[in-house]
Structure formats: C-alpha cells, structure tokens
Ligand binder design. Structure first.
Ligand SMILES: [Zn+2]
Length: 259
C-alpha cells in the first residue's frame, strides 16, 4: 500500500523584511519522510523523499513493485475527478481545467469532470467513498484547504505544505494499479493564480496531479515535478523529465493497441 502523501513546502514571506525567504525544501521533505515514511517494504510502498532511481531517464515513479514496474492507472480508462472549491480563490476552476488538460495532453489519459463536491481530503480516505460516490472507486478529489480544515498535518516548517497528493491503489490488483487519490491545495500558501512559478496555483496543481498519475519527484528544477532546495522560479510548463515520465505512465505505456 502507498503509505504517505507527498507534499510540497512553500517559501514563506518574512514578516520582518517583507522579502520572500526560501526554505531549503529538501530538508523539511527529508524530515517529513522520517516522520511519515514508515519503513514498510511491501511491494506497493511509497517512500516519500526516496523516489525510485531514475536510471538516467530524468524522471521517477511515485511507487514501484519488486520488478521495478511503476504504480499506474489503466491508461485506457478515464480518470474521474471532483472538485471542492469551497476554500478556493475565485477563478480556481480555470486553473484546474488547464492543469488537468496539460496532464491529459502529456499522458494521453482522458479525464472526466464528475462535478463539484463538498468532500475534503483526509488521511482516512479509502479507495471508495460509497456514501458520496456509490459502489465504485471514488473519483480523484481536488480540494483547497486551510489549517484546521482537514486532518492533514500542518502547523510548522516540517509539516506545512502548499500542495499535497496521495494516489491510492486498488488493493486487490495483482500489479500496482492506481484507482483514485486526492490533491490538497493550501489556499493560504498559494502564490498567485495561473501558471507562473512553482508555487503558483496552476503549477502546484500540475505537480500534484503528476503524483496522482504516478510521477515521483525530480531533482531537476526545470521539471514541474521537481522537489528540492533550488526551484526554478521561471518554470511555467512541463519540463523534459515531466514529459518523458508522463508519456511512460500514460496511455501509450498501459493501453493495448490494435496493431
Ligand atoms: Zn511533490
């Protein structure tokens, strides 16, 4: 089972100087791994902060099995998603649609919007939420949060986040198969709307949705899925590692062809 969500830590504004102070993201993420990444070594384990080796490919997976095969969606099936805009800034749905479109374009996977919801992300959310979505795998939840609005960790440099994602697997599948998940966006940590810089709403959505479809972190700041101490503040679209990884994880890599 995937054990821990992946999270991003935003730079904070120093009240004293008014300047943006960059936290060394690698340090809190490493600490987060120690706190949350319990040493569980079953074949579906996600170890936050310890992505699978890239092997020189420029991308990693959020989880792999013992053969090195990544946890992934069935690429022929659409990914259903719902959105909770209750704590979102005005216009946030535009960023959701654009970010989902960019993931779809790079992966070839179709996304289907199932509508608005009042559900909030939770550590306890399983693969099904029958009270809301019936007898099926729950749709991916994209929601905005604030401190205290959920049971997600928050409150200090180690646990605060600008975005967090947890892809969830089908526990009965013979191979690690992603079937749902959730994305949490901190409305009080986002640094602007649109797709300008790694902490803008659109880029954070792209990053977290990258995790939902199976991407692990990259060490190259040119990639949206980068996590580390030296982000590229000019990034506005997928980098080469993002594109390559999403291609491997997407429809091309997991959908039988007729030829
Ligand atoms: Zn991440």
């Amino acid at each position: 089972m995937i054990q821990s969500p992946t999270s991003e830590v935003a730079p904070r504004r120093s009240r004293r100087s008014g300047l943006v102070r960059m936290f060394p993201l690698g340090v809190p993420l490493a600490l987060l791994a120690l706190l949350l990444g319990a040493a569980v070594f079953d074949r579906h384990t996600l170890t936050v902060g310890h992505p699978s080796p890239s092997g020189g490919r420029g991308f990693t997976f959020v989880a792999t099995d013992f053969q090195g095969d990544p946890a992934r969606w069935r690429g022929c099936d659409p990914i259903h998603y719902v959105v909770n805009l209750g704590l979102a800034p005005a216009g946030a749905m535009d960023d959701v649609r654009e970010a989902v479109g960019r993931v779809s374009e790079a992966s070839g996977i179709t996304f289907v919007f199932d509508g608005r919801t009042s559900e909030l992300p939770s550590e306890e959310r399983g693969t099904q939420v029958p009270g809301r979505y019936g007898d099926r795998f729950a749709p991916v939840l994209i929601a905005w949060t604030e401190p205290g609005s959920t049971d997600l960790p928050t409150g200090n440099v180690v646990t605060d986040y600008v975005g967090m994602a947890r892809p969830l697997e089908d526990p009965a599948a013979p191979k690690p198969t992603l079937v749902t998940g959730w994305v949490a966006i901190r409305s009080d940590e986002i640094q602007g709307m649109g797709f300008h810089g790694p902490y803008s709403e659109g880029l954070v959505l792209m990053h977290e949705l990258g995790h939902i479809v199976g991407m692990g972190h990259s060490t190259s700041p040119e990639n949206v899925i980068y996590s580390g101490a030296f982000p590229d503040l000019s990034v506005s679209s997928w980098g080469p590692g993002d594109v390559a990884g999403l291609h491997v994880l997407g429809r091309q890599g997991s959908c039988p062809t007729t030829r």
